[in-house]
Design a protein around this ligand. Sequence first.
Ligand code: NAP
Length: 273
Amino acid sequence: MSKVILITGCSSGLGREASIQLSQRGYRVFASMRNLKDKEAVQEEARQRGASLDYVQLDVNDNVSVERAVQAVISKAGRIDVLINNAGYGLTGALETVTMEEIQEQYDTNVFGVIRCVQAVLPCMRKQRSGTIINISSVIALTGGPLSSIYASSKFAVEGLTESLVEELAPFGIRVCLIEPGLVLTRFSEENKKTGTRLPYSDNPYREMMEEQTRLFSQLKSSPAAQSAEEAVAAYIEAVEDTSFRLRFQTNPRGSALARRRFVNPNQGVSLK
Ligand code: NAP
C-alpha cells in the first residue's frame, strides 16, 4: 500500500514540485492549497509529467479549513502517513518598519499554521502508531538575517517546535524533522514576498541597506547558490524516505555547511561586541 502524504501550499514552488515528484515515486499525494482555483494549472502540469494528485482546500490560517482538509484525506485514504508543512511566506523589512498586524499575520501562517496542521493530524497518526511530520524551515533559521528578523524568527520557532516534538512523539512511532532550504527560485522571493509598511519608503532609515540587499539578491539569483524547485525537492524526498531519524535536511552544500557551523559552534552568528 502506498504511503499517503498531505502537503500544504501546493499552488506553487516547492509544494507543487514536491507533490508531483512524490506522486511520480508512487506515493498517494494530497496536494492542498488555499484557493482551489489554482488546482487547474497544477493538475495540467501533473498530467503532463505522469503524476496523479488528489486535491484538497486547506488554508493554514483557518482552523476549520485545516480540520476539514485532514478529515477529507482520512475519509478518502483511510490514513495519513506523512504531513509536509510547506506553506509559508517571507515578510521583509527592518523590525521598526513592519506593523504588528504584519508580524501577527506572518506568525499566523508560518508558525500557528504549522501548529494547526500538526494538531489536526496527530490523533490519526497516534492511532496508526506511525507517521512522519516534515516542517519546512529555512537556512535563515541557522543564521538569522538583517531585514528579515520576523521571517527568521518565525522559522526559528518552527525549529524549536520541531526539536521539542521529536521526543514527545517518538513513543507513538511518529517521526518529526526539518528541511532548511537555501535560496530556491520560486514565487517566494518575488510575487509572494511581503514588505513592511510601518514607515513610508521615502522616510525609511534602512533604505540604503534595503537597496544593497536587493543588489546582492539579484547577484545571488544568478549564482550557483540559487536552486530550482526541481532540484531542491530532492531534500523533501530524502526526508520522506529517511529511516535514520535524521532531524535536519538542507537542500544544498552551502546550507549543510551553515548547519555544521551553527551546531559545532553555538555562538556562531552571535556578536559578542
Ligand atoms: P512559494 O512559491 O511562494 O509557495 C508558497 C506556498 O505557500 C504557496 O502555495 C502559497 O499559496 C502557500 N501559502 C501561503 N500562505 C498560505 C496559507 N495561509 N494557507 C495555505 N497555503 C499558503 O514559495 P516556496 O519557495 O515554494 O516556499 C515553500 C516553503 O519554503 C515556505 O515555507 C518558505 O518559507 C520555505 N523556504 C523557501 C525558500 C526559497 O528561497 N524559496 C527558502 C527557504 C525556505 P498561495 O499561492 O495561495 O499564496
